[in-house]
Design a protein around this ligand. Sequence first.
Ligand code: AVJ
Length: 319
Amino acid sequence: MTLIDHLHGDYLRQALEHDVRTGLTSTPKWLPPKWFYDAAGSDLFSRITRLDQYYPTRRELAILRRNAADIAARSGADTLVELGSGTSEKTVLLLDALSGSGTLRTYMPVDVDAVTLEAAAERLAARYPRLAVRPVRADFEHHLSLLPRTGRRMVAFLGGTIGNLPPAAREVFLKELRSTLRPGDTLLLGTDLVKDVRRLVAAYDDDHGVTAAFNRNVLHVINRELDGDFEPDAFEHVARYDEDNDWIEMRLRATRAMPVRLGGLGLSLAFEPGEEMRTEISAKFREEGVRSELAAAGFEVVRFYTDPAGDFGLTLAGR
Ligand code: AVJ
């Protein structure tokens, strides 16, 4: 399958170098979550989605199972563009519903990891022989304007991944996304919702240590790509809920003083004992907040769907 690749050549390398240099020379140190997702990290994330304590995937699936036909009918889309598509597990529900309403022609999964993207694209092309599957390797934060604009599109951004962006970046992202849409196009946006803090923290600090391994994987990625000597096992996984900002914060905490050398960047740094580095925020929303952020970006909310427990939100919006 041919992959449209916007992360070719030096792009990925330069973005990684830039992000790692910026984050690790800041105080406090931080890293952006997109670098979790090499093949091993994508695999660990798939395992997370099957953990009892990680409820978002199951809740979003339940919402889709119940409402996919309604979403398909309201969107009338012939092209499904999925940002951060990963394994495309939930996508089948949307594709079934869209083909059921007779409109579907094209599926365009967009992801940073080529291995996961190609596997998902092959699987869906085999399952839907009449569907044109057009995988695009791209960074949804930077390449929205490069995505093909043909057809009546529904852009799905599922899983709550928009919560990886802090509020100011969300505003920029949503405005830019809207500017790439045409009349009749729609956005389907998944957002994890504010709930009991213990459940939120448990979802990001599971008993099997899968999330901890996922978190440490970013250090393996940096070691491999930037000739680093991080000792991932010398870092503890930390998950905290920040009630002022309504977001989960994942961190890696140095268990002792540690010098780190990144040969690929010509950079040496040091961690103090107990020093914490932020590796991800995962924002949690309220229905009013989702509606007002979408309205501020110029979208018109068509419907807000949730599960019976009110754990997760899925919003269909028009441009
Ligand atoms: C893929 C960004 C939606 O924030 O819940 C899961 C990533 N991090 N466990 C999330 C994640 C730790 C996930 N998203």
